[in-house]
Design a protein around this ligand. Sequence first.
Ligand code: GRF
Length: 202
Amino acid sequence: MSKVRIAVLISGGGTNLQSIIDAVDSGELDLQIACVVSNRKEAFGLKRAENAGIPAYYVGKGNYPEDQERETALLNLLEKKKIDLIVLAGYLNILPSSVIGAYKDRIINIHPSLIPRHCGKGFYGMKVHESVISSGDAVTGVTIHYVDEGVDTGKVIERVEIPVFESDMAESLSKRVLVIEHELLVRVLKDLIENFGGRYES
Ligand code: GRF
């Protein structure tokens, strides 16, 4: 049986992508990272993919200025790469509904808070952790969920709680959360691949 083929969509540093790459290299994850796609040309995650010998693509306003052509380029790429499952790992772009429709229940996203707290439009990166700190929440966490038409609104797959310390600032909190993100993402992917077996086979 051929391996499940995933596309990882990024916009930035790609440490979550790196955790998947490392888990595949160690044999912990039995899947194929068929491609990495970024909507930002300068995303370091593209370099991480290249260093790992994974096909890496920039699909953004710089090379596809028109929305429709960018959407078509992304769809065509995913189809050409025979993608079974799409992983949004710090992808700071709203996926076109055509992609969401074509990959219904086969797109997951990782968000650095306990959804439905501190999520939705404008809640990304450090802004999430700043919101947690200013809210006085004693607990935050990581959520992995399916992607639907909304922003951070899809069915939750798994959440992990993380305590917020008195001494925490957004920076220190983000570092602790990121470690848990990397662990949870690999664990959830492992479960999805094992439990759904051929479901993602194209
Ligand atoms: C992570 O905090 C992730 O939860 C959020 O964006 C950040 C991406 O970090 N969606 P990286 O690019 O994987 O290092």
